[in-house]
Ligand binder design. Structure first.
Ligand code: NAD
Ligand code: DAU
Length: 355
């Protein structure tokens, strides 16, 4: 049911029922009572309104179920709510799924972004003052690093998976709308996030789930792939800063200054899990199973986040040890969330409530 909006500042957050989006929604709804926050989400397999239970009754939170590829629906809600700001997170986000179904990624990530850009342009192109389109993107657009070096904002795009190609393309469209129609935009490219509410298809929550249930831990290839991990709440803090203080037409890289080889991270996770579950030391590591590699697997991602650090005074607030421990505790405490997600029960529950 819709609550009445009485504020002049309507902000659209797309993909707010997903992992990162839910943390962004929580931060904006609780920190900015003068904003009306509209969460537009199609509730795909990755969207879960349980992620927002603690804020769903707030006066300034509104949920709109819909698909960003549905042009009529998007144009209608832009006319009705006249969003002054858009924080666009909705996307197909999992690399392995993009290998099996690349078209779905083109539709949502490229076409969906263009439909949002068009609606925003139609509404405001005679009055850009105070407006902003913020595209949340990924470091994967830069392709892969070798053993050394860091991704900078000036690094050339060189995507290797259908997922990263679709995100690179959507970044280009956002920039093109900025140049062609003067649409005020900002883009951030972030490294791997971890934390509460992440769908257990991604490395950390999948492995936590599998350890709990004594299932194999499928490490791709030799496990010597490197990712730069960032606690999701630190990403939400960065998004808040960039939305409010970032410079128009700029890109900011966001990362954790925290590189881990997959196999080292998995072993650390196993140690924590043994301790927290009171299992014999070394028992979780026995679940590690080396499996066939991901096709086109990028060797290494690592972010140079010095621009956002210098210009907006952002840096991660949570260490990896602390963040990983908090994350495991959250999944252990929220086993029902995890079981509902893996069984599919979370979707049936919300289908009954909202349709
Ligand atoms: P997620 O898969 O957890 O959530 C995506 C959300 O978008 C879901 O709620 C889903 O229902 C919604 N959605 C998907 N297709 C939609 C459509 N066509 N219309 C409306 N809603 C739709 O993703 P996430 O990990 O939270 O990532 C959010 C954004 O951040 C994505 O744009 C992703 O590319 C980017 N990103 C993610 C990471 C990461 O580590 N997870 C890092 C950098 C950037
Ligand atoms: O870098 C940012 C990106 O991080 C985001 O844009 C993506 O949306 C997000 O999914 C993530 O992409 P990755 O492919 O890096 O994340 P994933 O958790 O799928 O994999 C992390 C690493 O672990 C990667 O090297 C592949 C490996 N892996 C993953 C899974 C799911 C395994 O070895 N086994 C697994 O079962």
């Amino acid at each position: 049911m819709q609550k009445k909006s009485n504020s002049s500042k309507n902000i659209l957050v797309t993909g707010g029922a997903g992992f990162i989006g839910s943390h962004v929604i929580r931060r904006f709804v609780t920190k900015y009572p003068d904003y009306q926050i509209y969460n537009l989400d199609a509730l795909t397999y990755a969207g879960n309104l349980e992620n927002l239970k603690d804020v769903e009754n707030e006066e300034n939170y509104h949920f709109l179920q819909g698909n960003i590829t549905d042009e009529d629906f998007i144009n209608k809600i832009f006319k009705e709510y006249r969003f002054e700001g858009v924080i666009h997170l909705a996307a197909e986000s999992h690399v392995d799924r993009s290998i099996n179904d690349p078209l779905a990624f083109a539709k949502t990530n490229i076409l969906g972004t263009m439909i949002l850009l068009n609606a925003f342009k139609e509404l405001w192109d005679k009055d850009w003052k105070g407006k902003r389109f913020y595209h949340i993107s990924t470091d994967e657009v830069y392709g892969t690093l070798g053993k050394t070096g860091l991704f900078k904002e000036t690094t050339s795009y060189d995507p290797n998976s259908p997922y990263s190609a679709s995100k690179a393309s959507s970044d280009h469209f956002v920039r093109a709308y900025g140049e062609t129609y003067h649409l005020p935009y900002v883009i951030t490219n972030c490294s791997n996030n971890y934390g509460a509410n992440q769908f257990p298809e991604k490395l950390i929550p999948l492995f936590i789930h599998n350890i709990i249930h004594h299932k194999p831990l499928p490490v791709y290839g030799d496990g010597n792939y490197t990712r730069d991990w960032l606690y999701v709440i630190d990403h939400a803090i960065a998004i808040d800063l960039v939305y409010h203080k970032g410079t128009d037409k700029e890109t900011y890289n966001i990362g954790g200054f925290n590189e881990w080889k997959n196999i080292d991270l998995v072993k650390l996770l196993c140690q924590h899990m043994d301790e927290k579950l009171g299992r014999e030391k070394g028992s979780s590591e026995q679940l590690i199973t080396y499996v066939k590699d991901r096709p086109g697997h990028d060797l290494r991602y690592a972010i140079d986040a010095s621009k956002i650090n210098k210009e907006l005074d952002w840096s991660p607030t949570v260490t990896f040890e602390e963040g990983l421990s908090k994350t495991i505790d959250w999944y252990l405490k929220n086993e029902e969330w995890l079981n509902n997600v893996t069984s599919g029960a979370y979707q049936k529950y919300y289908a009954k409530q909202y349709q």
